[in-house]
Write a protein that binds this ligand. Structure first.
Ligand code: SF4
Length: 271
């Protein structure tokens, strides 16, 4: 039994994640080597509905917590679920530095473009003029284009998904998890209660084809096509992917320490 509203985009994301984890497991990834980290918001409940080790962070601090987990044990696959307010607003600096370091994390941003848990305030990706609980006459701020910002910050995998295009989303999330480096998916997750964008998105989304994701300038050009405000077409798919040495690899090379045993010993000393 979940706690989301009927019709919430999070249901589709949960199903996609169940399928991705089952596929990874079938292909040899041990589920005990996967850790899910979430922030605070409606998205965060997803980790309660997946039977994998997980950690709830403070609001805006999910990426920082995930970095700590990854550095403590670089063998783990760490998948971070965050909201747009949670990560593009409150935790933006953590996101920028994780991208700059190219730390091997997968960040899935449930971007419903509204603070849904607190009933409808505007977030960094809400469009100009958005009317909500904190802006009854409309915002006076232009939205942020998070993918443009993260590309400039150094992310090595960037994509956009949509909860109503689940087959494509499944492929993107799996590819992002397998990508060695900082991967972020800006996931258009519709909040049917406070900002229902299904009609808007369905009329505008299209799948990226014939695009070279290894070309920085081409990626930037496609990312800038829609600024989260205009009525432009909305590209879905992988914008950018390159390989670069990861931050965590500097801490794991030649390491002969049994980290599991070390942590166990430290915990035993503490109790
Ligand atoms: S308020 Fe919005 S985001 Fe939260 S559960 Fe309901 S539909 Fe989903």
């Amino acid at each position: 039994m979940t706690q989301w509203c009927p019709g919430c985009g999070n249901f589709a994301i949960l199903k996609v994640m169940q399928e991705v984890l089952a596929e990874l497991q079938a292909e040899g990834t041990l589920l005990e080597n996967i850790v899910l980290v979430s922030g605070i918001g409606q998205h965060a409940k997803i980790v309660d509905y997946l039977k994998v080790n997980s950690f709830y962070s403070l609001h805006g601090r999910a990426v920082a917590a995930a970095e700590g987990i990854k550095l403590a044990n670089p063998k783990l696959k760490v998948i971070v679920f965050v909201g747009d307010g949670d990560s593009y607003g409150e935790g933006l600096e953590h996101l920028i530095f994780a991208a700059k370091r190219n730390i091997d994390l997968t960040v899935v941003v449930h971007d419903n473009r509204v603070y849904a848990l607190t009933t409808g305030q505007y977030t960094p990706t809400s469009p100009l003029g958005y009317k909500g609980r904190s802006t009854p006459t409309g915002t006076h701020e232009h939205p942020l284009n998070p993918l443009e910002l993260l590309l400039a910050a150094g992310a090595t995998y960037l994509a956009r998904g949509y909860n109503a295009r689940t087959e494509q989303l499944k492929g993107l999330i799996k590819e992002a998890i397998l990508h060695p480096g900082f991967a972020l998916i800006d996931l258009l997750q519709v909040c049917v209660t406070f900002y229902n964008q299904y009609d808007h998105y369905n009329q505008r989304v299209y799948e990226l084809t014939g695009h070279n994701p290894a070309d920085y300038n081409e990626a930037l050009s496609k990312i800038k096509e829609w600024d989260y405000n205009s009525d432009a077409k909305i590209a879905l798919g992988k914008f950018y992917q390159v390989e670069r040495s990861t931050f965590d690899s500097f801490f794991s090379g030649g390491d002969t320490v049994d980290r599991g045993q070390l942590i166990k010993t430290l915990l035993e000393r503490m109790v």
